[in-house]
Design a protein around this ligand. Structure first.
Ligand code: FES
Ligand SMILES: [Fe+2]
Length: 349
């Protein structure tokens, strides 16, 4: 794979959960190499700034959110506007001295809160201002508080984590367990895929009967699994008018580190009841992925050639194609043309 390991830009990245940011709170995140402080003003508005004070590089995230919609740096108390990153106050300046604050600014990132999901826009242009061309993603059932959240840090580039997540052939091996699937139940799968906004989806279907996990939901569940750039996978299970949204964001930290955040939303009573079991199951799955990626990372240091086969690895190929076309369409200032065509894929798992 002669793919350059780069990050997707001019796009919204998952930047945290609304319920985890109370008024006046801040959290540091490194997203695609950008050090960012994501916080909430005293009046409840979300903000995102570069988390490095332009004075002498202290992180704002260790400072304070003030009542006047500024953040105060913990080192020398300089203040910066939450919305525009404009320096508003330098406490060390005496009366009559020249005040340089008007010419000092820190990068601010567009940020949105859609239900429980917070999104930060990473523009390629560090001077980007105004409203991004595209809206942040919106998903059903994310208005209510999450049933549970699982997080895992991986020591790999985001591409390996994304294709690992969208890889249908590893489930019967890496995630083999008695309560989910047994190796003996491996069989041929045939699924219809369709292009979706900056991604693709496995067309809604009734899940395979060898998945015990689904049996306990009752009713006839319909599942749709979708992927969209930069690294968001959603699995929506609908039973009548209720359902579950299993939301997973794969967020690059830097070239060699990635975070996977898995959030479970549901309005089904049974899911709340089963929360301890589901959370444990999700944690086991995620850690199995984490363990193999740790082992894989050692091997990747030798820069081996990698293979992607059809049809089992087709989703990985689509990911690279979508990523490439996104960058190309941005650079050429034109609309994105989804390289995914409706396709039926077959594999054994
Ligand atoms: S480092 Fe931030 S005010 Fe000095
Ligand atoms: Fe996995």
């Amino acid at each position: 794979m002669a793919q350059a390991l780069t990050f997707v830009e001019d796009i919204w990245y998952f930047a945290g959960l609304a319920s985890e940011l109370k008024r006046g709170q801040m959290a540091h995140k490194t997203i695609a190499g950008h050090p960012i402080v994501v916080g909430r003003s005293q009046s409840g508005k979300i903000f995102a700034l570069r988390d490095i004070c332009p004075h002498r590089a202290a992180p704002f995230s260790a400072g304070k959110v003030m009542d006047d919609d500024t953040v105060e740096c913990p080192y020398h108390g300089w203040r910066f506007g939450l919305d525009d990153g404009q320096c508003t106050h330098i406490p060390a300046i005496c009366k009559g001295q020249k005040d340089p604050s008007g010419g000092i600014k820190v990068r601010n990132y567009p940020v949105r809160e859609n239900g429980q999901l917070i999104w930060a826009y990473i523009a390629a242009d560090p001077k980007f201002k105004g409203d991004p061309e595209i809206a942040p993603p919106q998903f059903a059932r994310t208005d209510r508080k999450a049933v549970f959240v699982e997080r895992l840090k991986l020591n790999c580039h985001v591409d390996h984590a994304v294709i690992g997540l969208m890889d249908p052939a590893h489930v019967s091996f890496l995630h083999r367990q008695w309560w989910w699937r047994s190796g003996a139940s491996m069989h041929e799968k045939e699924k219809r895929f369709e292009p979706r906004e900056r991604g693709f989806a496995m067309a809604a279907h009734t899940p395979s009967s060898n998945s015990f996990g689904y049996k306990i939901l009752g009713g006839k569940p319909i599942t749709e699994i979708a992927f969209r750039l930069p690294g968001v996978r959603t699995e929506e299970i609908t039973v009548g008018d209720k359902g579950i949204l299993s939301f997973t964001a794969v967020v690059p930290i830097d070239e060699n580190n990635t975070e996977i955040i898995s959030v479970f939303f549901s309005d089904m009573a049974i899911v709340k009841l089963l929360k301890p079991i589901l959370k444990k199951g999700a944690s086991i799955f995620l850690n199995q992925d984490g363990d193999i990626i740790k082992l894989q990372a050692e091997c990747l240091k030798h820069d081996p050639r990698l293979m992607l086969i059809d049809d089992a690895d087709r989703q990985a190929k689509w990911y690279y194609a979508i990523k490439k076309e996104w960058a190309k369409s941005r650079a050429e200032g034109r609309a994105f043309v989804n390289p995914v065509k409706p396709t039926t894929l077959r594999w054994r798992s």
